[in-house]
Design a protein around this ligand. Structure first.
Ligand SMILES: [Zn+2]
Length: 419
């Protein structure tokens, strides 16, 4: 699968996971106990079963009969689920949740969920039994990881590397032959100054070459470039247009750093903290700005469920934009009289209403199968048509507008369709 395909898979998976986590967090296990187990991919299922069996027998010592029963039921349910697996869990591991949750009116419901192959690997085995499900480690995995290029330089040395998630990876370094400010006896001052400038220019070119080699190939995945160094070096370097223009355009900030060795890369990331937080929202902002530009002055914008869906089916959508906060279902009404299909987007908690065909007015029969998650419905079409899906945060004005004014669905088109 291509990198882009991988990214889409993981966006979709993130959405599925986020939905489950929201549900799990809503559950209140007050008085009863909820069990969470994180299983890394290299942990044998038989080990996990053994651990669960052990916990089950230890739970016999719990004094409250209600809690004891709840914990043992949860563990039994988890053991039942583990039977579906062979020797090892799926890639990246899995997380199991089980417990009796308060369903109101003094009643409890048994809930068991298994999330397979999270977007990041489960790092260590974890058994957790408490009044809440343990969702935080999973939420961290869903947080955007980010890929940033790092450059630190002064006139004597330079280092380039990556920031991948929270990890800094130094890749290459260079040191210069730029002479110090002190000229040797017998050299003319002008000649010395000229040679020195040439040497600086050569060094900047060398550093830029090193950075371009590393970053240009990854420019479509890059979330930004950070540049660090003393003044005026980093300014000279950036103002001199040494970097490949696509890399230069991706520079999200320049920062003072005390060192330009490998430790300078860490210094750079520390000092860029705010810029990195902004960059996360920046990507979403850029998408929405492009959407509004097309909406106001072009013809490559579409919005609302129905229009977006029709454009998607035509294969005309380049990027599908979905509000991160959106939680809606869609009901697909297939009319058996005239063959027409109507769509209705509904709040998740609302029940499916009666429907008469928009075309012929006949009453349309619906079953549970005709109703599904609206986002899943569109992403499925998007995947078939090679359309990228972007989830847009509501933490900025235009992101909020996508949610409030455009029904949470929009698209930037490849070509105008008149739909
Ligand atoms: Zn009809």
């Amino acid at each position: 699968m291509s990198q882009e395909g991988d990214q889409e898979q993981s966006d979709r998976k993130k959405y599925e996971f986020r939905k489950v986590i929201e549900d799990l967090k809503d559950f209140d296990g007050s008085g009863t106990q909820l069990v969470t187990i994180y299983v890394p991919e290299d942990r044998q299922i038989s080990d996990v079963v053994q651990h669960v069996t052990q916990e089950h027998s230890e739970a016999a010592n719990i004094k409250s009969k209600q809690t004891r029963t709840a914990v043992q039921d949860a563990l039994t349910s988890i053991k039942d689920r583990l039977r579906y697996y062979d020797v090892y869990p799926p890639e990246n591991g899995m997380v199991l949740f089980s417990g009796a949750v308060d369903s109101g009116g003094g009643r409890t419901d048994m809930v068991t969920k298994v999330l397979e192959s999270p977007p990041q690997p489960v790092e260590s085995f974890r058994y957790h039994c408490d009044s809440d499900f343990l969702t935080e480690p999973l939420e961290h995995m869903l947080a955007d990881q980010g890929l940033y290029g790092l450059i630190v330089l002064d006139r004597r040395e330079a280092n380039v590397g990556w920031l991948k998630g929270k990890r800094i990876e130094p890749v290459k370094s260079a040191s210069s032959l730029v002479p110090g400010k002190q000229r040797k006896g017998g050299q003319s001052a002008q000649r010395f100054a000229r040679l020195r400038l040439e040497a600086i220019d050569n060094f900047y070119q060398e550093v830029a070459g090193m950075a371009n080699d590393l970053f240009v190939a990854k420019r479509h995945e890059l979330d930004g470039i950070l540049v660090g160094g003393p003044s005026p070096t980093k300014d000279e370097f950036l103002d001199g247009d040494y970097l490949h223009h696509e890399i230069q355009d991706n520079v999200i900030g320049k920062f003072d750093v005390a060192y330009t060795d490998e430790s300078g890369l860490k210094d750079l990331v520390d000092n860029a903290e705010d810029a990195l937080a902004d960059a996360e929202v920046m990507k979403d902002k850029k998408e929405m700005e492009e959407f509004f530009k097309e909406l106001n002055a072009g013809d490559l914008a579409t919005y609302g469920f129905e229009q977006t869906r029709r454009n998607l089916v035509m294969g005309a959508v380049d990027r599908l934009l979905i509000s991160e906060d959106l939680r809606k279902d869609v009901v697909v009404y297939d009319c058996s009289e005239c063959g027409n299909t109507d769509y209705e987007v509904l709040d998740r908690r609302k029940s499916t209403p009666d429907h008469t065909c928009n075309d012929c007015g006949a009453e349309v029969e619906v079953t549970d199968d005709d109703r599904e998650d609206a986002i899943d419905h569109l992403i499925e079409i998007a995947e078939q048509r090679g359309t990228e899906t972007k989830f847009i945060s509501t933490d900025f004005e235009k992101g909020e507008q996508l949610y409030n004014a455009f029904g949470g669905f929009a698209g930037i088109l490849r070509y105008s369709t008149g739909v």
